[in-house]
Every structure is written in C-alpha cells, then in structure tokens.
Write a protein that binds this ligand. Structure first.
Ligand code: AMP
Length: 192
C-alpha cells in the first residue's frame, strides 16, 4: 500500500509516518528529512537549499522529484508513505508518473486537518522541547519561517486536496486529537 500524508507544517505527518513504519513495515519517504540530511552532510545540493529552507520557502520541484525518484527504485516492503511530498501540483503529477513506471499505485491520500493556531503552538513546542533536551532546533522552527511555511502550504500545497479528491483518493482525518487517536483514525481509513 502506498499513501501520502498531506497537511500543513505541524499537522503531525512525521509522527504518524513513524508509527506506520513500525506497525506496517512501510517505508517513510520524507523529502524534508532528505533535504536536512543533504544540508548536514554538506553536499552541493544541501548548500543550495539551506537558505530556502530556513526562510520557509519551497525548494525546486526538480530537486525533490529527483530525491523521490531515487528512493522509489529501492525496496518497497510494506509500501511507501510520502511525508511532505508532493507539495505542488507538478510534484503530484511527477509522483503519479514515477509510480506508474514502477508498476505501483497510490492507494490513499490522508489529509491531516489541524487549525492554524494549533499548528503554530505545536511548532513552537517542538523547538522548546529540543532546546530543553539540548537537541538541535530546526532552523525553520521560528515564528517568521513558520508563517512563511503556512503561506506556502496554502498557496502551493492545499490545491492538492482538490486534485486528490477528484481522483477519489482523498481521506480526511482530524489531526487535532491525541497521537493515539489520530493513529486509530488513520488505521480505520487504511483498513476500511
Ligand atoms: P518538512 O520537514 O516536510 O516540514 O520540510 C522542511 C522544508 O524542506 C520545507 O519548508 C521546504 O523548504 C523543504 N521541502 C521539503 N519537502 C519539500 C517538497 N516536497 N517540495 C519543496 N520543498 C520541500
């Protein structure tokens, strides 16, 4: 089974993806994680995207599609969870083509719905917890970048809701509950 977790920053996509990796042996493909790894290991591409990411803007479609293309050629195990990808209509079209090339399909697109106030609170908490634990704080987990990330989401990513609805793949899950409740709601959607 291959699924997309769709939702604004702070909606809980990463948390829910980790759970699906453990419970269903799925493979999490987070373009955000891949880009942060490239940045940390100091590759040319990592250097190129660092400022864009810190501002809260989207990196180019070409870069993220390239990252995903590579991963799809590897093992498939329990299927893929696309986390933070696609974020534009061009990425969504490219993903469709890549999956078709691999003889794969998309089974569901889960939209995690959370209001803006909660998103901002969650991201601020994430930064505070990291600081308290002596962990690195994401360069884009500050008020200004969060505002920009939300703007990018509404402008460029939210049209995907209509796109996948039209394809009959969209499932809306309330992302406001406790982590366990959201997990249960996702399981119901996937198994129903
Ligand atoms: P995330 O960890 O998913 O919140 O992503 C962090 C940042 O990486 C985003 O704010 C973008 O700058 C960049 N990024 C991650 N995924 C994508 C994508 N699919 N398209 C464009 N930029 C992305």
């Amino acid at each position: 089974m291959n699924i997309i977790l769709l939702g604004p920053p702070g909606a809980g996509k990463g948390t829910q993806a980790s759970y699906l990796v453990e419970s269903r042996d799925m493979i999490q493909l987070s373009t955000g994680d891949m880009l942060r790894e490239a940045k940390a290991s100091g590759t040319e591409m990592g250097k190129m995207v660092a400022d864009v990411m810190a501002r809260g803007d989207l990196v180019t479609d070409e870069i993220v599609i390239g990252l995903i293309r590579e991963k799809l050629r590897g093992e498939t195990r329990g299927g893929f969870i696309f986390d933070g990808f696609p974020r534009t209509l061009a990425q969504a079209d490219a993903l469709g083509d890549l999956l078709t090339e691999q003889g794969e399909d998309l089974d569901a697109v889960i939209e995690l719905r959370v209001d803006d106030e909660t998103l901002v609170k969650r991201i601020v908490n994430r930064a505070e917890e990291a600081r308290a634990a002596g962990l690195p704080v994401r360069a884009d987990d500050n008020a200004e970048s969060v505002k920009q990330r939300l703007m990018e989401y509404y402008k460029k990513t939210s049209p995907l809701i209509g796109y996948y609805h039209a394809k009959g793949l969209l499932k809306v899950v309330d992302g406001l509950g406790e982590i366990g409740e959201v997990q249960a709601a996702i399981s119901t959607v996937l198994d129903g």
